[in-house]
Design a protein around this ligand. Sequence first.
Ligand SMILES: *[C@@H]1O[C@H](CO)[C@@H](O)[C@H](O)[C@H]1NC(C)=O
Length: 322
Amino acid sequence: MLIRLCQHSFHIYDLLVFSAAITLIVYILLPHRFALRYDYIDQQHFEEALLAATTPNVSAQLAPDCSYKEVIAESRFVYDARHLEKIQRDEEIRLGGEYQPEDCRARFSTAIIVPYRDRPEQLATFLTYMHNYLRLQLIHYRIFVVEQSDRKPFNRAMLFNIGAKVAASYDYPCLILHDVDLMPLNSGQIYACSKLPRHMSSALDSWRFHLPYRTLFGGVVAMSTAQYNMVNGMSNLYHGWGGEDDDLYERLKVIGVEICRFDPAYSEYTMLKHKHEIPNENRMALLRAASLRMHSDGLNSLVYKEVERRMRSLFTHIRVET
Ligand SMILES: *[C@@H]1O[C@H](CO)[C@@H](O)[C@H](O)[C@H]1NC(C)=O
């Protein structure tokens, strides 16, 4: 009897060790088995999910509409030396970092807004790669770099609000809020707004291409100017790292607008290496009151000083004091 019991518990122990080992092996070899599952739009439905809208001067052009079928269907990995090392055909890019295709009329005009301070190498990499990348997509776009020129803690969300305001003054119907250290890997992630706000960087290499939580709405997001205005933009109160993107998600929740994502195979990004940012100690308290503050903290309470606006060859450079 005793012997049997011992044998029995030995079996269970064995089994536990064995299954733990198997789990570990599966985890290492097949990371996707453990990935958080989330809804996404599949490739066949990208085009109908997009919001066709351009600036008035593009709408007024007489040319056949560009077609996006091939751009999407022929999505490929383009994070390679050819796209990273130098800008191809740079004469196509207008002063201020604007481009539109020549042979057809773009159906999307996008303002890409990049908050920035003190990362000149990353900015150079970003601009080179993105201009090569974006011109594969037959869209009309312009890159706005909003630089915080004071020494206060970095206020990413406020820089987005400033960029959104400037982009609206140039009549852009679509905003892409973009970190300078994230690069899209596949050419089919069209840089245009969808009807619902879209989280674009949902498969990040530094997170083994997984989404850490479903409500994540940071890194690279696309949002129509109308929707951005509807939530009063982002909060101006997040100084230092973290929280402001969750705050934006809360705002969308309040007005009942859901977010969407494209197929993960189209949403792969790589993150350039950098030092860890100083976290904002206050972010949790701010986030708890996000919905209460949204109507009084945002675009309608934005106060800043524009120090300089320069049309550079690859971007529109806006330097501000926050
Ligand atoms: C459209 O007009 C704006 C403002 O006048 C100008 O900055 C921009 O370069 C024009 N873009 C195109 C594509 O014609």
